[in-house]
Design a protein around this ligand. Sequence first.
Ligand SMILES: [Zn+2]
Length: 396
Amino acid sequence: MQVLLEKHDQEFIRKKNRMLAFNSIQHHHPISRTDIAKLSGMSAATVGRVVADLIELGLVKETDQISGGVGRKATMLDLDLESIMTVGIEVDRNLTKAALVDLSGRIIAEKQQVVDQNGKQLDVLIDLIVHMVTEMAAEQGIPLSKFVGAGVGLPGIVDPDQGMVVFSAQLGWRNISFVKMLEAKLNMPVVLDNDLKVKALGESSFHSLDGIPAESITALVSIGSGLGTALIMDQKIYRGSRNIAGEIGHSIIDPNGKLCECGKRGCLQTYITDLALLQEANQIREVRSLQELFQYMEQGEPWARSIIDRACSYIAITINNVVCAYNPNHIILTGKFIEDHPEMFEAVKLKLQEFVGEHFSGSFEMFRSKLGERSVMIGAAKLVLQQQIDYGLVHK
Ligand SMILES: [Zn+2]
């Protein structure tokens, strides 16, 4: 038993180190082995081993030697951009997006299409995705054999091991074998996860540009039509036992509060989502969109200011709760509420002084999204790459 455990640990650490080295190369290419060791804190021997893995996987190649500062020559490592491609897909209630993403995380081509899901048009959606991907690949002259897989991010509770959408209120789906259906027509491996979880994965890898914090914990907090969080630990999505870790929108803050779509009362999201804010606004006058509510605030309407101010308080409370539960060093604040109204980022930051305890307040840095509306596609593609780096060697 002990031996098995140790073996498992070794494999786990090697996978982690492989990803760490890959991230260093992805963000700093071309880079020498010595600099990877410096950036990541790994020993020279470990870097040597995991870089060999990455070269064997065909993801990384050695390039010309360049002179180091003291006259020594170092062999540089670069991404083998021609070797493989990935696909990133986002399925949302009204819009489906797909992108071809290269090894550096760059989008080569993207397409989007309005599709009203409504729980009925699953076949149409699958055909549409296949069409978008094959058309983009043809336009770019990239053979489909180069694609190692497609990652899909969508709202709802997802079982990534089974490739199932367990439940999605937004899409109107329950127990859908999405991966099986898409793989049958797309002819490449498909990985599936919750949209916020892949978004966090995409964002966290692009927030580590100035260094590779191996042990960092990144929490993504998203406010829009729903409220959710996602956590990245050791560069991996933290899932909990059933992949529902982070569903903080349904944490109860008032047992006598408003009724939530989940059937319980006083869930945190009943205070902050678009719908909750609009319902409150409509008690004063007719307001049809969040945009309109912000306009009223800008015109100096005190009731509009009060609603938005309170929303910022609840976002700060959410952040405080996330900090208490997970002690992240990075928090990425995202979602339509923040992205469409960037001034709200600063408003929430001010509120943190009030709602985050003094011993916790210096423990994290808060950022905006860097990838914006492309973050789910880029994160989903990253998930494919992670699988390739973790398991690709096994299949060789
Ligand atoms: Zn709820």
